[in-house]
Design a protein around this ligand. Sequence first.
Ligand code: ZN
Length: 183
Amino acid sequence: MSIAAIALLVVAAAVLSGLLVWRFMTYRGQRVIICPETQQPAGVALNAWLAARTPGDANLRLQSCSRWPERHDCPQGCLAQIEASPDATLVRNIVAAWYGDQQCVFCHRAIGMIEWHEAIPALRASDGSLKEWEGIAAEDVPAILATHNAVCWNCNLTEGFRREHPELVTDRAQTVLRDLAIH
Ligand SMILES: [Zn+2]
């Protein structure tokens, strides 16, 4: 085999594997759909490697569902919702879109774009308690968003500290300079 042919093969392999990874990234992630059986939200994830390797909506299959193992043999009718709205069923997108329209309940600043790796905003429940996203199940996300207020990353930190260590926190009047220093 000539060097040119080998080079062509290497390039082709790189393109194909890049395409495979891109497709995998497109399909992976926790999603929330309305289960056709219960008409209630369920948390699901696609078999992303299967979908990436075999193009076409016909090869979409679930890898997990919050109703499993009880309904492990269900016909996966919810896949039609994912095919129709691949982006809008992703929990990450649902949460990001919600925060995009919210103001922090404490400082009233717009939350805006989420920095997922360093500054994830939090939530305040109707009883005033603060909640972070870790441990919240995908199927609970619609109910959580409907019943909680948004809390920006900064206020979650300061408010959380204030609640855990009230003896260390002295409230001072808000000033423009202090406000700028915090945010
Ligand atoms: Zn805030």
